[in-house]
Design a binder for this molecule. Structure first.
Ligand code: F0G
Length: 361
């Protein structure tokens, strides 16, 4: 029941426990995408689809560890601020662990599938009249007052679980190509994954399992309307400036104050990676390209592929690189975005002749 030795917990040696509150997270697919690989023009392109986790996003990898910590601490109520996916994962893992959950969401800016999950898994949902960053400010203060146990990516135990994304990618590449990827491209919101992957790779280097020069270049992608990390990388700044006004169709990464930036900026810089901003149109194009390979992702996830395409066009990424793109959430998380990016259903009469006539029009 605790999924000991499987998925995320296969990497127990790199985690603070042997097992956790589990819904069988991890061991996600590393898809080949031959047409997209060809079109973008890199030696290898694989898609690590984190949308294939139990609640449909990578957050499950963090929650299986974070909720276990909360259980051991015997805390009563778990809480997070969220653009949606964290709330869905917290609700599911919290209730599985037998704890109450409270989630603070930016009103009107969370995709339908995510609210439905949080609701059905019995989270108490507060819709805040403000953006994600305001929600996170509030929930941090609630945690400081002892009202709740915080399970945003500021919680270091969550990031321990998310390290396993990086470990699975390296293992997958080693199995198929006998080498680790040159680059990992990922969407950036709070920069939790960027920090977690960097930590995973540093630990491998320290343990003598990975050569310093072989650490994949961590390459972060943000939406143009919410790109404070990209701004910091481009300006070679030590700190990230908080953006008060953020907007993007990729609501999961509609974030102006990436709280893990102090850990993520060195990760991008020291691995020789970079950060790039993409438009909502580029994100939707990439979402369609992935869909054409049979891979359904939410808009924020498609940002990774949009970013790779842009960096390849600009010549920042070479044609001989082996690349992994991280897709962080499932298509069904945001059905409205998917429907808007796809074609419309065509109304027809309820008889075969009518349908044939319509098809032959
Ligand atoms: N992609 C998706 C689908 C996400 O839900 C998130 C973050 C990110 C990327 C960014 O990841 O923070 O590690 O850089 N979602 C959080 C949430 C904020 O509340 O669900 P990061």
């Amino acid at each position: 029941d605790d999924f000991e030795g499987h998925g995320v917990w296969r990497y127990a040696a790199a985690l603070p426990f042997e097992s956790g509150v589990s819904i069988q997270e991890g061991s996600t697919p590393l898809y080949e995408v031959p047409r997209l690989e060809d079109e973008i023009g890199v030696k290898t392109l694989r898609i690590k689809h984190e949308g294939m986790n139990p609640t449909g996003s990578f957050k499950d990898r963090g929650m299986t560890v974070g909720v276990q910590v909360a259980k051991e601490l015997c805390v009563g109520r778990l809480a997070c601020a969220s653009t949606g996916n964290t709330s869905a994962a917290l609700a599911a893992y919290g209730t599985r662990g037998g704890m109450e959950t409270l989630v603070l969401l930016p009103a009107g800016k969370v995709a339908a599938g995510k609210i439905a999950q949080a609701s059905l898994h019995d989270a108490r949902i507060l819709e805040v009249d403000g953006n994600f960053d305001a929600c996170l400010d509030i929930v941090q203060e609630l945690a400081a007052k002892g009202e709740v146990y915080l399970l945003n990516s500021l919680n270091p135990f969550r990031l321990e679980g998310q390290k396993t994304i990086g470990l699975e990618i390296l293992e997958g590449f080693l199995a198929d190509y006998d080498t680790v990827p040159d680059r990992i491209v990922l969407p950036v919101g709070n920069a939790g994954n960027t920090s977690a992957l960097y930590k995973a790779f540093r630990e491998l280097v320290q343990a003598g399992e990975l050569d310093e020069d072989d650490v994949p270049k961590l390459t972060g992608v943000q939406a143009e309307g919410a790109a404070p990390m990209v701004e910091a990388i481009e300006n070679d700044a030590d700190e990230v400036r908080r953006w008060d006004d953020v907007e993007t169709r990729a609501t999961a990464i509609r974030i102006g104050n990436p709280v893990n930036a102090p850990k993520a900026l060195p990760g991008i810089r020291e691995t020789g990676g970079t950060a790039v901003a993409v438009s909502d149109e580029e994100i939707t194009d990439a979402q369609r390209s992935l869909a054409a390979e049979g891979i359904g992702v939410e808009p924020a996830s498609a940002a990774s592929v949009a970013g790779l395409r842009k960096l390849r066009d600009e010549g920042v990424v070479d044609d001989d690189e082996r690349v992994a793109c991280l897709t962080t959430g499932h298509l069904l998380k945001d059905p409205d975005a998917a429907a808007a990016a796809g074609g419309d259903p065509e109304p027809v009469p309820a008889d075969t002749d009518g349908v044939l006539k319509h098809l032959h029009q």
